[in-house]
Design a binder for this molecule. Structure first.
Ligand code: HEC
Length: 162
């Protein structure tokens, strides 16, 4: 319910300006899957306030379940259903592709950790350049558990298995 509050507040503020037509257009856009959705992570181990250097939920069955639903609610509208991009945003099945060809196991592992960090920072800060929001920041909307659960889900959707 709390996720609805900002939308209603925005609509109320907007209507107060009497620019009703454009307000309603925004309200429609902000409806349903377009509003960032809080994710229920109570089924997952808690990770604390400090961000982990790598995905603590790799291969974690419950996290993959939570991550799949969190992905569909928060990311799919741009990155595509089941992570199959329609071209609006990068195809997240390819995220770990650079690591695939590395032959030495230790280097492959380090590569995935590096991608984990890039992933978490992208999701937390979003993608904003020159004032244009390509992707909204999710800090304060998704907790650490939800962010890593989504990565665990995306790892099940990899284009090229490691
Ligand atoms: C409003 C559309 C939108 C939403 C919603 C969105 N993204 Fe993005 N995302 C983008 C775009 C566009 C880019 C590419 C930005 C750029 O050009 O730098 C991007 C980039 C990324 C990247 C970097 C990919 C790369 O190959 O460099 C990651 C990781 C990512 N998004 C993850 C997510 C996750 C996880 C979610 C859901 C929690 C999400 N995004 C929600 C639009 C979106």
């Amino acid at each position: 319910m709390t996720t609805r509050a900002p939308t209603l507040a925005r609509l109320a503020r907007c209507l107060a300006t009497l620019a009703t037509g454009s307000c309603l257009a925004h309200a429609a856009l902000a409806h349903g899957d377009v509003t960032p959705q809080a994710v229920d992570t109570r089924a997952l181990p808690t990770l604390g306030a400090d961000w982990k250097a790598e995905n603590p939920f790799r291969g974690h069955a419950e996290a993959i379940k939570v991550g799949s639903s969190a992905y569909n609610q928060n990311c799919a509208r741009c990155h595509g259903l089941e992570a199959i991009s329609g071209g609006i945003a990068p195809d997240l099945r390819k995220l770990d592709n650079d690591c695939v060809t590395l032959k030495v196991e230790a280097r492959k592992k380090a590569c995935v950790v590096e991608i984990d960090q890039y992933y978490a920072s992208s999701v937390r800060k979003g993608k904003v350049r020159n004032g244009a929001v390509y992707m909204p920041p999710f800090d304060g909307i998704l907790n650490q558990e939800a962010v890593w659960a989504i990565k665990a889900y995306l790892e099940t959707r990899r284009e090229k298995p490691l």
